[in-house]
Design a protein around this ligand. Structure first.
Ligand SMILES: *[C@@H]1O[C@H](CO)[C@@H](O)[C@H](O)[C@H]1NC(C)=O
Ligand SMILES: *[C@@H]1O[C@H](CO)[C@@H](O)[C@H](O)[C@H]1NC(C)=O
Ligand SMILES: *[C@@H]1O[C@H](CO)[C@@H](O)[C@H](O)[C@H]1NC(C)=O
Ligand SMILES: *[C@@H]1O[C@H](CO)[C@@H](O)[C@H](O)[C@H]1NC(C)=O
Length: 358
């Protein structure tokens, strides 16, 4: 089948990783600077234009989907199935149904993606926009954010739409991109709260007020090279990570719907109820992304360029700094909240658990 796809046109596709660098696939005629806009659909009011540098990616001479990669992806799929079964998550009920809201379906290329915010989402919105026929020029000069553009061509599907395409004779390639849940949470916190992101400033004020007993908050971060600074919340104090986490846990206990940047993947991609072919991970995205692109046969549409959206230190290297501030009880709360994400996608949290206990 897809083993040993010998690839002549070779694109080594770097796909992004944590916060520091975002690799994006941009078309071949692309020149100059790319403006990445705020990464959520609510950001019309807050358009964070980040000018990023663009580099050509040096491609290897040939590239092969190795048996090892195929085996790794198969093992992940089997593991997800096993965990789903273990918790009875593979059986829908009246109140537990597939959630199609965050899916993008490209019928032409047979590609189905469940968007996980804070997990390579900018890159893949860009890719899906190219697949939808937007030209690079349009994408570069658009006033809308990549997500707003994408949703013009990819209406939010219903569950029936999703089932229909998954069931069609020409089976699509379906995928999601997972990320370490606690690192994803830190990334969401840094990006939306600590940065003083304007869209979240009201929430930030509320958290500060509500959790005064947990301290005075913390000084807002100033990511270098980002236009976020001028347009952001003028207040210098934002909720500390423990305050933010306490808010999150309390909201979750009250059964409130969480913001999509920190909702567990198991809730909005419902990986136990939708047949995913590929569980990619941010941590291994270079290889996983290659597999998706070549398996779906879209390597002619999506040409590789690397966009370096440089910021502070990458999340995975500073995650301890944030997570180790939590109390053991808060850590327990997070382990419960992200229990399925941790198990389904096999993430090791012991490092972070240990440091809250010592
Ligand atoms: C990338 O490659 C193209 C085509 O080979 C070239 O014209 C362009 O100058 C290169 N861009 C950079 C930033 O090196
Ligand atoms: C999918 O197809 C099978 C067989 O073709 C059919 O039995 C089943 O009802 C279909 N499911 C959905 C959700 O359309
Ligand atoms: C990205 O850009 C930053 C600042 O411009 C630079 O320090 C860093 O080395 C670049 N990263 C890569 C991978 O090129
Ligand atoms: C965390 O602590 C446990 C028990 O003491 C230990 O076995 C494990 O290796 C530790 N993990 C890390 C990443 O330090």
């Amino acid at each position: 089948m897809r083993l040993r796809l010998k690839l002549r046109s070779l694109f080594l596709l770097a796909v992004l990783s944590s916060c520091v660098i975002i690799y994006s696939f941009v078309g071949v005629h692309f020149r100059g600077h790319l403006k990445l806009s705020g990464d959520d659909h609510k950001s019309r009011r807050f358009v964070a234009k980040i000018t990023a540098s663009v580099e050509n990616v040096t491609l290897p001479h040939s590239w092969t989907v190795t048996q090892e990669l195929v085996d790794r992806l198969t093992a992940r799929r089997n593991h997800v199935q096993k965990v789903c079964k273990k918790y009875g998550l593979d059986k829908p009920t009246k109140t537990y149904q597939p959630n199609a809201w965050e899916f993008l379906i490209n019928a032409k290329y047979g590609l189905v993606w469940c968007n996980v915010f804070k997990a390579a989402s900018s890159t893949w919105f860009y890719n899906f926009n190219l697949l939808a026929g937007f030209t690079e020029q349009e994408l570069l000069h658009a006033k809308e954010t990549p997500i707003q553009l994408a949703r013009k061509r990819y209406a939010r599907p219903t569950v029936e739409d999703l089932q229909q395409i998954m069931n069609s004779t020409r089976q699509p390639l379906s995928f999601l991109i997972a990320r370490h849940p606690l690192q994803r949470l830190v990334s969401g916190y840094r990006d939306k709260i600590l940065s003083g992101n304007r869209y979240y400033s009201k929430l930030a004020r509320n958290i500060l007020r509500q959790y005064r007993d947990l301290g005075k908050g913390t000084e807002k971060d100033k990511p270098p090279g980002s236009a976020l600074i001028e347009r952001s919340n003028p207040r210098a104090i934002v909720p500390s990570f423990p305050q933010f986490v306490q808010y999150l846990l309390d909201e979750s206990t009250k059964g409130r719907r969480l913001d999509e940047h920190w909702t567990p993947i198991s809730d909005f991609c419902t990986p136990c109820l939708v047949k995913f072919d590929v569980f990619a991970k941010v941590e291994t995205m270079e290889e996983d992304g290659n597999y998706i692109i070549f398996s779906a046969g879209i390597h002619d549409v999506i040409k590789p360029k690397r966009i370096n959206r440089s910021r502070n230190e990458p999340t995975d290297t500073v995650a301890d700094k944030f997570l180790c501030q939590l109390s053991p009880k808060q850590m327990d709360g997070l382990l419960k909240l992200y229990k399925y994400d941790i198990e389904l996608f096999e993430y090791d949290v012991s490092k972070y658990v240990n440091c809250t206990r010592s």
